[in-house]
Design a protein around this ligand. Sequence first.
Ligand SMILES: [Zn+2]
Length: 86
Amino acid sequence: MGARLQATEEDMMCVVCRQAETEMGQATVVLERGGLTMVVKQVPARVCPNCGEEYVDEAVARLVLRRAEEVARYGTLVEITQYTAA
Ligand SMILES: [Zn+2]
């Protein structure tokens, strides 16, 4: 189960189970970019309390992607990091 990378401005009904509204929480995002696998922990996300589906805000996803592209440039194959907004 991976995080959904999509815009979520406010609490919304979970599109997966349609049983509960998402709540603010944290997700672990796994990105694959060429040969790089990047795991970013503690990414702010909305999480469904019913099924556990994670929704990552588009702005947050962009930051994570940009970081992945920087890391990929150094030829790193696996990077495990913690989310920071900076
Ligand atoms: Zn759900």
